[in-house]
Design a protein around this ligand. Structure first.
Ligand SMILES: [Fe+2]
Length: 461
């Protein structure tokens, strides 16, 4: 990032872009890496090009940071920009007014489905990358995907299907899609909504898709900006449930108190057949505060708070509103879970405290026991910023604990970066015992900017 943009935004060091792509082998490890962790941890995030003054740092080109672990060793660190159309200088809006879904940043998430590793951003097509993070190119699933693809698809752990959606500023405003377990796009269905809203995430259960139709709408007056969405008091707020096993099923909507949600923790059907949705909720004033920071990157502004919240929707009842309940009063974000329980009842959610750019909270990784309401945490030193903690189930491979596997039997992987940006570590924690701290810390060869989302990609066995 050039000096002008640093001065303009005055970003803390742990958010500043790195200037180049490197590869370093043989990384120092403190503690003992579980040998069963054999694969790659890959994380995405915005990273301006050298000399580039992005209009908005969080919309910058995606950069993947990867760490290769094998048999107790940290073999390499490597970082690569995702070569999208935007990276090559093309505009998202073409000269004749069309949207170029390949000219986006691909900067939000990275995941693997059916042997494709995809870098994702919610306003464009996914971009396929190789296991060594080189870009293959945009992926439209054989020409079948004609909308953007959310950065938060949901993998059904039983069927292997990948549920996702695309939203846009022009009709169709919202489209539901599903890949089969082999990665073929087998279903696309337009969902009727009044206008384009910023829909960052959604949820699935065994039988339903859960839509979050919330009052942050596309506004033409902001169209020149990189994130042309704004809170809209007139829109209202609602959650929708739709059977995903009935082609063409209609959505049933439930009103909720106005709020915004970036991230879903989990949803499931309870014993009475009700849909329970746990997610991280911003009250209107907190969204306003967070959105000012996200758009302006002004670190002098107050941080918006976001708390774990529950909504209960009853498909069998006659109600038109959802029951709501706040689950905790701490400000958390980036919820993760054991992905083998997605859409099913799950006991544990993992979140981070202090991840927002201007948060005044010291960072921590928090493990919620949803059943008991209790939580445990790993608290970091004040000079450290933490990113999303990805849960990796214990595989039962070499070095894995013996005995039956509990839901939390596994590891949490996250990148911690000094707030001055000078150094980073990959932390591995035992998810059954967060307060014990990392079982292993991998010294990364550079300060890795705190980014968005990532995945553990185990070697195929
Ligand atoms: Fe996200």
């Amino acid at each position: 990032m050039d000096a002008d943009s640093v001065a303009k935004y005055d970003l803390p060091g742990h958010l500043r872009s790195v200037p180049d792509e490197i590869e370093v082998t043989g990384l120092p490890v403190t503690g003992a890496l579980p040998p069963e962790l054999t694969g790659r941890y890959v994380r995405n995030g915005p990273n301006a090009l050298p000399g580039q003054t992005t209009a908005q740092p969080l919309a910058g080109p995606g950069m993947l940071h990867g760490v290769r672990l094998r048999a107790g060793r940290a073999e390499w660190y490597r970082n690569r920009w995702v070569r999208t159309g935007a990276f090559q200088g093309r505009s998202f809006v073409t000269a004749d007014g069309r949207l170029d879904l390949t000219a986006t940043s691909a900067n939000t998430h990275v995941m693997r489905h059916a042997d494709r590793i995809l870098a994702l951003v919610e306003v464009g097509l996914p971009h396929e990358v190789t296991p060594t993070l080189d870009t293959v190119g945009p992926c439209d699933f054989g020409g079948r995907l004609t909308t953007a693809m959310t950065a938060h698809p949901k993998l059904d752990p039983v069927t292997g299907e990948l549920h996702f959606f695309g939203y846009g500023m022009r009709p169709p405003y919202l489209t539901y899609h599903r890949l089969d377990a082999a990665g073929a796009l087998v279903h696309s269905q337009e969902i009727e909504v009044p206008t384009g809203t910023m829909m960052h995430d959604f949820a699935i259960t065994e039988h339903y898709v859960v839509w979050l139709d919330l009052p942050v709408t596309f506004q033409w007056g902001l169209a020149g900006g990189p994130v042309p969405y704004q809170w809209d008091d007139a829109y209202g707020a609602r959650l929708g449930i739709m059977r995903h096993d009935e082609p063409g099923a209609r959505v049933r909507w439930f009103g909720i108190d106005p709020c915004y949600v970036f991230h879903v923790g989990n949803a499931y059907e309870d014993a009475e057949g009700r849909i329970v949705l746990d997610a991280v909720r911003y009250a209107p004033a907190d969204f306003a505060a967070m959105w000012r920071v996200a758009r302006a990157m002004d670190m002098t502004l107050a941080a918006g708070r976001s708390v774990l919240h529950r909504w209960i929707l009853d498909p069998a009842g006659t109600g038109v509103t959802a029951r709501e309940e706040q689950l905790d009063d701490r400000s958390v974000e980036m919820p993760t879970m054991n992905d083998t329980r997605v859409g099913r009842p799950a006991r544990y959610l993992y979140t981070i405290i202090g991840g927002a750019p201007n948060s005044q909270d010291d960072c921590a990784i928090v493990k919620y026991d949803i059943e008991s309401g209790k939580s445990t945490s790993y608290d970091l030193a004040p000079e450290v910023a933490i990113g999303e903690a990805v849960f990796v189930p214990s595989s039962g491979g070499p070095g894995a604990p013996e005995g039956p596997r509990g839901e939390d039997d596994g590891w949490l992987i996250s990148i911690a970066t000094l707030r001055d940006g000078s150094a980073s570590q990959l932390l591995v924690l035992d998810a059954t015992d967060l307060p014990a701290g990392p079982v292993a810390s991998v010294e990364l060869p550079r300060g890795v900017p705190t980014g968005f989302h990532g995945s553990w990609l185990p070697d195929e066995v």
